[in-house]
Each structure stands twice: as C-alpha cells, then as structure tokens.
Design a protein around this ligand. Structure first.
Ligand SMILES: Nc1ncnc2c1ncn2[C@@H]1O[C@H](COP(=O)(O)OP(=O)(O)OP(=O)(O)O)[C@@H](O)[C@H]1O
Ligand SMILES: [Mg+2]
Length: 1077
C-alpha cells in the first residue's frame, strides 16, 4: 500500500489498511496473510474477510466502531459497501434468514481469550437492535441480553489465558417470528468444567459468582450466608488469586442479581441459589483426618453451616461424607451395607457433592432462562455458538481433553463445509476444478471418538473405567497400556510414562489423564437427595427419585461425544457462518502483535487454504430454484414465477443484468457466480426493486391510516348533522379526503400558510356576497384558523394584468362565534364572526364542519355553537357607503337534489327537494374493501418477499371499491406535475401523514363532477353562455375564459361542473361563473 493514504472506496473517511478481503491478496502465502492481519490490527482494524468468513483479531481495548451509527450503517448494506464488521455478518444472517426462510448459525471459533464471547455478545446486541417487536418481544430481548451476565457469573472464570474465560460451551438459538421479531430462544449448554469448583491452578480463580457474592452481598446476606473473606475458603484459597484486573466483583454481583430478576427467577429461588453457592464454599472447608484407616471429620463444628445452607441434617451430612452404601449380593439375596471411607475417599465424596451441586445449579439457571423464552412452535432461528476455546495448560486434565475435542469437531465442520464440501461440489456439479490440498483434521477426531477399528481414546477411557471397579491401583498403567495397544501407532498420538499426547489441529497437548479423573467423571450421583430437605435442591436431582433403578452411569466422555455430535448435526441443518477469532498476544495488551502466535493461528486455522479455495472457486452458488426465487423480482418473465426449465430461468436473469459470461457457470443443479462483485450487481438490482415496492407499501399504509382516520371522522361528522339536517344521497358514504386542492403541489396557495402548517381541509367553495353573487374561493382549514383565498388581477407593477392569488380573509378560531345551516339537504353554511359573516357553499361541508369543530375545541377549549334553521341571517361587511346590514337566506322545499337560488333584495331563497331523512347516519354500506397485498391489481407479492424489509411488515393494501363510486377515469385529476404523481424518490414517508394526497384520493371520493362526454360532440347548435366572471382552468380537462366571453354550453350537470367549448377546446368549468344566453 506504500505511503499513500488509501481510503475505503465506498465508506467515507475510512482509511484503507491492507486488504479488506484477503481473497484480494496478490500473493497467497502465510506471510502475506499474517502481514495483512498485523497491518490492519496495528491500524485498529480488527475485522478482515475471506469471502464470507470473518476473521476477528482481539484488540484488547474498546474499539470506537460499535455504536448506533455503525448499526445504522451496516443495516441492509451489502458486504462490500462498508469495511468488514461483525455487524455486516450479523445483518447478513438476519436477512438471509428472512429472505430464504432458512435457519442460520454462526460458529465462533478461536483459542481461549481470542474474543469469541465478546463477538457473540455483539451479534446478540446487533440483532436485538435491528429487529422490531412490541413489549413482549422486548422482554425476550432483555432476557437474551441478560442471560449473558448471569451465565458468565456462574460459568466463566479467570484462567491464565483469559480473565473471563468461558468454562462451558453454549449454543444460543435466537428464535424469530415470521415477521423477524425475536420472540423466543433456547440455550444448549455443554459440559461445564466442574473440577474448577474444588480446585484451581495457580493464577486462576474459581467461577466468578463466588467472588461476586463475597464482595457484593449486603450485610444481611453476609450474615445468613456465613460470608467471610475469600481466603477463608479452601475452595478459593488454593491458587492465591482473588482479584482480576479490570473487574469489579461487587458491581458484577448486582448485575447478576438483576439478571436473575429480569429472567424471572423468583426471590426465594434467588436466595436458594446463593445458599447453594455459599453452602458449597462451606462444604469445602470440612476436612478429614485419618483415624485408624477411617476418614473422620476433623472439626464437626464446621458441619453446621454447610448443613444449614444446603438443608441437610449435620449428622447425616457427616455420615454421607464418611461412609458409602454398598449393595452386596450373597446367596441370591441382596442387602445393602454401609462401608466406611478412608480420608481420601471422604475428601473425594465431599468434592463430588460440591461439583454435582454446582453443575446442577448451573443447569437450573440455563433451564430458567429457557423457560422464560421458550415458544411453542419454532419458526426461524439464528444460532450463536460460543464455546470454550482450545487451550493448553501446564497440566491438562480430562476436561481440557473434552474442551479441545469439541474445538477439534468445530474445525472439522469448517473444513467439511468450506474446503471439502466446496471442492467436492464443483466436481459433482461438473465444474472444472483443480483440487487444493488442505489438512483434514478428521483423522484427529477419529483418533478421539472412534468406537471401533481401532477404538478411539474415549472408547478406551470408557472401557478402562467400566472394568476398573474399586481397584484403583495400577489402573493408570492399564489405561496407558490399553491406549498404546489401541492407538499407539496413530500419527497423532504418543504416550509417555504418565500420560499421552494428542496432536490436535491447533497443536500438541500433553494430557495427564488419570483413572481417578475419569472415575470422578462418572456422572452417577450418589444418593444425596434422601438427605436434602430443601425441595429446591432436591429438584436439582430429579433422577434420584428413582433410586432403585440401576443402570450403568453414562460417562463424561460418552456424554461430551454425544453432545458434540448432536451439536454438529444441529449446525449442519442451518446455513453456517464463521467467525474465526485470533488472539494476537498473551499479554492482553492492545497493539501487541506476537508474530509467532499470529502465524501459528493463521496456519492451523487453514486460512491460506481457505483463501485459495475461495479464490479459485466461486464466491456464490445457489440451487436454481432458490436463485430464481431470490431474483425473480428482476424481470417480468420471472415474476412472480418463471414458466419453463429452472436453468433457463436462471440464465434469463443473468442475461437480464448483462453479467459477463466468464463470471458464472451453470452446474447440474446450481448456478455458480465467480466474484462477489458480480453477485452484488444482482443484489443491488434486487434491492432497488424492493425499494420501489417498499415505497408502494408505505404509501398504501399511509393511505390506510389516513382512511381509518377519515372513516372515524366521517362517523363523527354524521353525528353532528344527525337529526338536524337532511343529507344528500351521496354524502353519507363519501370518503373524507381532507385536502381536495392538493396543496402539497400548490405553492401559490401554500404561500399564505406557515412553513409546516398542517392542512386539515382544503377545497374550492362558493362564497356569496351582499348581492348573493357567488364567487370561487379556496377554503383552507388548518389548526391555526380558516383561510379564504381568492384571485385578483394585478393592477400595477411588472405583473400587471396577471391573475394572482390573494388572501381574502383569515378567520382566527377566537373570533368565530358560531355556524349556522339549514335543515335541508343543501350545501350552504354561514360562518359567524365578530366583524361580519361569510355565506359559503361546499360539497364537503360536513367534512369541513366536523374538522372545524374539532380544531375549534382544541384551540378554544369549548364547543363552537352550531344552529340549524331554515331562516339564516348573515351580517355583511361594512364597505364604503353601502356597508353593513344583514341579509337573510330562506330555505324552502322544492324539487330535485340541486338547490335553486333566487335573490331578491336582502333575501336569498333557496329551494331544494327532500334529501335523506335527518336521522340518516352512520354509513351502512361498505364501499371500501381491504385486501392483503396479493389483491393489488397487477401486482403480485411472493409471501417470502413480504419479510423482505422491516417496513414491509405492513401488508394491508387498499383497493378502491369495485362497485359504488362512478368511474373516475378522466375526472378532475390532482393538480400534481405529472412526473411526481407516482411519488417515486420521495423519502418523506416518515413524516406524519398529511392529508395532501389529494390527487389519488380525490379520485376515490365521490366527486360531484360528471364523467365527461365520451367523444367530442359535433358542432353544437345548442345553447350558449356568457361568462360573468373570469375563470382560469385549473387542470387539463378544464377550460378558461374571461369575463363576458361567450361560448358553447354543451352540458349542464347538477353537480355544478358544466361542460363547455371555448375556441374549439372542450372542457369543464363551474356553471355559476356563467349565465345562459
Ligand atoms: N472486540 C473486542 N473488543 C475489546 N476487547 C475484546 C474484544 N474481544 C475480546 N476482548 C477482550 O478479550 C477478553 C477475552 O475475550 P473473550 O472472553 O471473548 O474470549 P473467548 O474467546 O471467549 O475465550 P474463552 O475461550 O476463554 O472463553 C475479553 O474479556 C476482552 O477484554
Ligand atoms: Mg468465552
């Protein structure tokens, strides 16, 4: 890279260090890999890819790139868009799960202290952040997150390799609903390192919980649990280590207790958990002395406290520790006798009890978490595997053997799936391929777990253990002899005088496994439950209720073997992802790269082989049908489904994006795509498509919400007129739209409003003056008041002669004194105000009124008075000489649905036929239907794709009624520039829905305007009319005319929108702007 500063080609301000994806290394050697990792590590980049595999180097310091900003950044982004990150991998898992409806898992491997547990927590945190869910789901998320501190308190400990070393293996399945909300989970735990309960190596500690409790318990707890300083307890004082750098045990204790609370462990159980922890500590202080071949409790005083805490009678505890019940068969009879134990045996019995109690307690906690988050049906899941890492200590016992065996199995999965299976697949699919050599550690796995031919180490251990009986002496020799006989010639095995060596994938380990260790690992639990008075503790030993049944106890080795294989089976059922953690040093210091350590890990992890296979091979492969399914959306031929051979469909898609032919190969059942970049091309096209659909759905959702609101408003509005006013036939079931003027796109009207002033209602209305002449006004209602906007010719200045919008009137709510209406079915209403009143006519008066009443009440805190009489009075504006006074409007019964106006002096008579009865209310006819997405005409959504994006959860679609409203094809369209009509590219969807989508909605509301004549009429001989006012057409289907223009009148419509022809152009205009001649 040299001295030039390179930056990540997509992300801004991200310096490039080495290569992000080691597939891009120019030379694939171990040196190059190590150098790249080191360079990046020193530059504080801990993550690097090998294709989809994430390499993570432990930074031993908090990196700044785990904030909400990164969570945002990696969400939904393609891998290549941002620098490598664990969030990218997490996001990929989550999205794959949703898109492909497949369970995912991530295998986090690496040696002890490499950062597996920290990685697992980042994944859980990310998923919790990006997935949705209500309060119930939040509860599950809380438990998932809180399970970490709880299980770490009881299952982690300081070792020489890691201050917070996991001493158990954990597979955490986060379960999701079909909508992608984490609504459940399940933890499977693997053999806990029990020996740690009773002894620890130098510089190591027992499990954290002991120190937490001692430091953090309150005085009352201290007293009841008999808490002393840690050096008082034999189970803690052997290693002389009590404190861990950077750990606050007291604070952690509070967190542990809090976690128990969140998980829902009841208070009394919490207490009992602590009692067991304390009880074990006190149990460890019971010591034995040799008294004539028998073990005797040294100080019986020390029996009291553990007996009390564990709920055992002290004398029974003493008996149980120093004697053993033996079944003896004699002359066909079986009787049980008590055999006294020697000092060593008594100590062993004590430790066995302590370990069993602790292990059961741990299982109880795991179970408690599982119960709190279990769900009846599993849908989707993401499994996170975080086990104890490969480790080598000074002395390596049976438990290290198990731990390393599980790591060996995980390496095997990796090899199987990424190196072996991948290459085999090419061969199987008939793709040209030159094999790449790699070390397959299956040979080591077989050495350990083979049952027969030759038996593996575990089989030999079991065998020796089963035939050992009571005889202890010489057993170790027998074990080694048998191992030598069975696997002595194995390349990965050596034996030495007091142990054996296994050549693991990650290095050679000397095991000093003695028969006593294996014997101790027989999981048979002695008959303790009989002595336990506490039901809680008895509950931890359920199998002992059946004491008579005797079966050969399962050994620890057969158990771990089974668990490891079950785990492999579980993992194999999911789509796997890998995080390979690398530990750069043993000093736990940041920016400290130990060359040899780094190189060793690079080697044994098989990174070079991984890169080579990856590079020579294909970054991506998919079964034809899965590929079709995923990218079907790209072309019309493949959407919603391809008809024809799948392979052809795949080819069709690849060609549709113009992918280079050297970039893909067709196998027998799968398509192989060479470079990730080529795949990204497809992905990006797909994203774009989904983006478009997401917007459609958002829009529909907004529409849905708006509709809901208007439905409610309509009912409220109906209530206002109920029993007071007759209704027009069409008005009851009409959908409320609010903004009938499309103010969003009308700056000339919006100019009178404040910047973000919300429009509740806007429509063109008729306003009547003192001579009852009507003129058009735009009526706008906002939470601030009522606006009446008119148009005037500019009298002077550069715009002279142009027609301009002018604010004619603005009514503050405070100045309104009431509204009056007739009882008939007309559309008139009067706004009464302190100065003068306004007589208006609007088709949408009910909608306007109901909104006005609401806003008025919100602003003024009382109801606006509303009166219904057939003799209305309105005061006119004082103007010059002829000002002031009042006018009267009288309503009379007439014929038809259209009001007829007759002005005479100061009275206007309005006659109109009968409408619907005043008691007409509540829409009784469903005019809208609600459908799921599939119902949208012309669009078809695959069920799978619904889960696609978070926003796509909304799957309600609105479809215009198919019957009730008239066809609106060429009716007055929204006043929206054509290009913005479909709203593409508008990302304002997060704003509170405005009512401004007048266009489309207007179409859906029952307009009073007639469908225009289907064909241009022949030259009319019919009536003509003269314009009383100027009218400027506001849409393409309208005509414009000036005052006194005379033109053909083609059709009069009761709605008031007449059809005329001006200079050959036919169109709509308001009938009351003209007089017939
Ligand atoms: N991404 C990280 N950022 C900062 N510190 C980290 C990170 N990963 C690991 N560490 C540090 O390294 C320590 C060891 O990491 P962790 O406990 O995850 O190791 P592990 O692989 O789980 O080891 P074990 O196998 O012993 O459980 C952590 O306690 C933390 O201090
Ligand atoms: Mg760990």
């Amino acid at each position: 890279v040299g001295s030039c500063e390179c930056y990540h080609w997509q992300s801004q301000n991200v310096k490039q260090s080495g290569v992000d994806d080691m597939v891009l290394l120019s030379k694939i050697t171990e040196d190059a890999i190590v150098d790249n990792l080191k360079k990046r590590y020193m530059d504080d980049y801990i993550f690097t890819y090998i294709g989809p595999v994430l390499i993570s180097v432990n930074p031993f310091k908090q990196m700044p790139y785990f904030t909400d900003r990164e969570i945002e950044m990696y969400q939904g982004a393609a891998q290549y868009e941002n620098p490598p990150h664990i969030y990218a991998l997490s996001d990929n898992m989550y999205r794959n799960m949703m898109i492909d409806a497949e369970n995912q898992c991530v295998i986090i491997s690496g040696e002890s202290g490499a950062g597996k547990t920290v990685a697992a927590k980042y994944i859980m945190g990310y998923i919790s952040k990006v997935s949705g869910g209500g309060s119930k789901v939040q509860h599950v998320k809380d438990i998932i997150l809180q399970s970490n501190p709880l299980l770490e308190a009881f299952g982690n400990a300081k070792t020489v390799r890691n201050n917070n070393s996991s001493r158990f293996g954990k597979y955490f399945e986060i379960q999701f609903s079909r909508g992608g909300e984490p609504d459940g989970g399940k933890i499977s735990n693997f053999l806990l390192e029990k020996s740690r309960v009773v002894s620890q190596n130098e510089n190591e500690r027992n499990f954290h919980i002991y120190y937490q409790m001692i430091e953090g318990a309150n005085d009352q707890q201290k007293e009841s649990l008999g808490i002393m300083t840690p050096d008082y307890y034999c189970y803690l004082n052997q290693s002389g280590t009590y404190k861990v750098d950077g750990t606050n045990d007291s604070k952690d204790f509070q967190e542990t207790m809090e976690a128990m609370q969140v998980i829902g462990i009841p208070g009394d159980h919490q207490t009992q958990v602590l009692q067991i922890v304390g009880g074990i500590l006190h149990l460890g202080n019971i010591s034995f002395i040799e008294a004539g071949n028998y073990g005797k409790v040294e100080s019986t005083d020390l029996l009291a406290f553990p007996a009390y805490l564990l709920g055992i009678d002290p004398s029974r505890l003493q008996d149980k520790l120093t004697s053993r019940k033996m079944e003896s068969k004699w002359a066909g009879k079986s009787e049980s006798i008590n055999v006294t134990l020697n000092q060593e045996q008594a100590t062993y019995t004590r430790d066995a009890l302590a370990k069993a109690l602790y292990a059961r307690l741990f299982d109880y906690l795991v179970e408690a978490i599982n119960k709190a988050i279990q769900k009846p049906h599993e849908e989707f899941s993401i499994g996170v595997l975080d086990i104890y890492g490969f480790e080598i200590f000074q002395r390596n016992g049976f438990e290290q053997f198990c731990i390393n065996f599980v790591n060996e199995k995980l390496q095997q999965i990796f090899i199987e799936l990424t190196l072996k299976a991948e290459q085999e697949e090419y061969v199987q699919e008939g793709i040209k391929w030159t094999p790449i050599e790699y070390f397959n550690n299956k040979i080591v796995c077989d050495l350990i777990e083979n049952k027969l031919n030759p038996p593996g180490i575990m089989s030999v251990l079991d065998d020796v253990c089963a035939t050992m009986h009571a005889k202890g002496e010489g057993a170790d020799g027998t074990l080694l002899q048998k191992l030598q006989a069975a696997v002595g010639v194995h390349e990965h095995f050596n034996s030495w005088n007091s142990g054996f060596v296994v050549h693991h994938y990650a290095g050679k380990v000397d095991y000093g496994i003695t028969t006593s260790q294996i014997r101790r690992n027989k999981t048979k639990v002695t008959l303790w439950h009989l002595c336990l008075s506490s039901t809680f503790i008895r509950g931890l030993f359920p199998e002992n209720l059946n004491t008579d049944k005797k079966s050969r106890p399962t050994t620890a080795s057969s158990k771990i073997k089974k668990q490891a294989n079950d785990l492999v089976n579980t993992l194999m059922k999911c789509t796997p992802h890998y995080i390979r953690c690398i530990k750069p040093n043993e000093t736990k210091r940041p920016k400290d790269w130990e060359e040899s350590r780094g190189r060793h890990q690079v080697e044994y992890l098989g990174l070079r082989e991984n890169i080579r296979v990856r590079r020579a091979g294909f970054a991506y492969r998919r079964l034809f049908n899965k590929f079709l399914n995923r990218y079907a959306i790209l072309t019309a031929e493949t959407w919603p489904c391809w008809r024809g051979p799948e392979q052809q469909g795949v080819l069709h898609l690849l060609r549709s994006v113009n992918m280079d032919t050297d970039q893909y190969q067709m196998g027998r059942s799968k398509v192989f795509v060479k470079n990730p970049e080529s795949l990204f091309l497809l992905e990006e096209m797909r994203e774009r498509k989904f983006d478009t659909f997401a917007r459609i759905i958002q829009k529909s959702w907004r529409k849905y919400i708006a509709r809901k609101k208007y439905e409610q408003m309509r009912e409220e509005a109906s209530d206002i007129l109920y029993n007071s006013k007759e209704r027009r036939k069409n008005s009851i079931n009409r959908n409320f739209v609010g903004d009938y003027l499309g103010l969003e796109q009308r700056p000339e009207l919006r100019q009178f409003l404040a910047k973000r002033e919300r429009v509740d209602f806007a429509d063109s209305v008729n306003k009547f003056d003192r001579r009852f002449k009507s003129i058009k006004r735009d009526l706008i209602l906002t939470p601030k008041g009522i606006y009446l906007i008119g148009r005037e010719k500019v009298k002077k200045g550069p715009e002279k002669g142009q027609i301009k919008e002018v604010l004619k009137r603005k009514l503050e709510f405070g100045s309104l004194s009431g509204i009056s209406l007739s009882t008939r079915q007309d559309d008139f209403f009067i706004l009464h105000e302190s100065q003068y009143d306004s007589l208006l006519e609007s088709n949408f008066k009910t909608e306007f009124l109901s909104l006005l009443l609401k806003r008025y009440e919100e602003a003024i805190k009382r109801k606006l008075s509303i009166s219904f009489t057939d003799r209305l009075e309105f005061r006119v504006k004082k103007e010059g000489w002829g000002g002031g006074g009042s006018r009267v409007v009288v309503f009379q019964r007439g014929q038809g649905d259209v009001a007829e106006l007759k002005a005479g002096g100061k009275t206007l008579s309005i006659t109109v036929g009968d409408g619907l009865p005043k008691s007409s209310s509540k829409w009784n006819q469903t005019t809208a239907t609600w459908q799921t997405i599939g119902g949208e005409p012309g669009k078809n959504f695959l069920p799978g794709s619904l889960n696609e994006e978070k926003i796509m959860k909304v799957y309600i679609f609105w479809r215009p009624p198919s019957t009730a409203p008239p066809k609106l094809g060429s009716q007055r369209a929204p006043r929206v520039p054509a290009h913005s009509q479909n709203n593409q590219g508008n990302l304002d969807f997060l704003n509170v829905p405005d009512q401004g989508m007048s266009g489309k909605q207007r179409k859906r509301s029952i307009s009073q305007r007639p469908p225009p004549a289907p064909k241009p009429q022949p030259q009319p001989k019919g009536p003509r009319c003269r314009a009383i006012y100027q009218y400027i057409g506001q849409d393409t289907d309208e005509i414009s005319f000036d005052v006194n223009d005379v033109f053909d009148l083609i059709k009069e419509d009761p709605s008031g929108w007449w059809t005329g022809r001006v200079q050959g152009k036919e169109g709509l205009f308001p009938g009351n702007y003209v007089e017939k001649i």
